[in-house]
Design a protein around this ligand. Sequence first.
Ligand SMILES: [Zn+2]
Ligand SMILES: [Zn+2]
Length: 234
Amino acid sequence: MFSLKASTVVKDFFPSCEACRIVHSREIFCESCLLKLRFSGACKFCGQGGLSKDLEEVCLPCLSMGSAKQRMSISFFYEGGVRTWLKDIKQNGRPERFRELLLKHLPPQILSAQNYDWILGAASDPIQTKRRLFDPSDSLCRRLSTLTGVPFLKGVFDRHPFLHSQKELDRESRKRILRQTLVWKGSNLLKPHHRVLFVDDIVTTAATVESHLKLLKNKVSTVDVYALARTLKT
Ligand SMILES: [Zn+2]
Ligand SMILES: [Zn+2]
């Protein structure tokens, strides 16, 4: 009886779940919110919902367009608690909150394929990095490296500054801007036989992923893609 009471008291000291803000949870999301936020039942490539959970990962149009060749895995929907968490990190300058990303949040595909030579991250806009005083892409890659044991190779891509916000731009405009600003820097450590895991934090149009993969083409043996979160198609 005593231990039950004690554990209840301890539980109350935990912060409330980032998503429901009700249940006290040792982890960022309580179990029931985690179930809702885990990316499942939607197309990994375009974000179309309505697929059967855990069975289909790619919608028919994406399958028929052949855009599903890439191995891609995603942890969360970019919704609710995931949105507030990532906004807190990026807008309020709290990169340490990437520590709340846990091994249990990673898709099984990544964990079973732990034979990557490197983790590579998407290049951030240098103006944003300067304003934030940190690079969220680097921070996420470091956290993934800690979780998986795969080393993070920094600085393989570089970005020239783009002076306007990309938030309102459509996929084609984003791609055009990325073509103009994204640069391959490479690294002596990266070899043609290497297998890499390319990491992006939030996938919306997938233009960022595509532009980086284009630069990686023929430079390494395989590339898998991991995104922390993906928006749903509206
Ligand atoms: Zn919750
Ligand atoms: Zn699709």
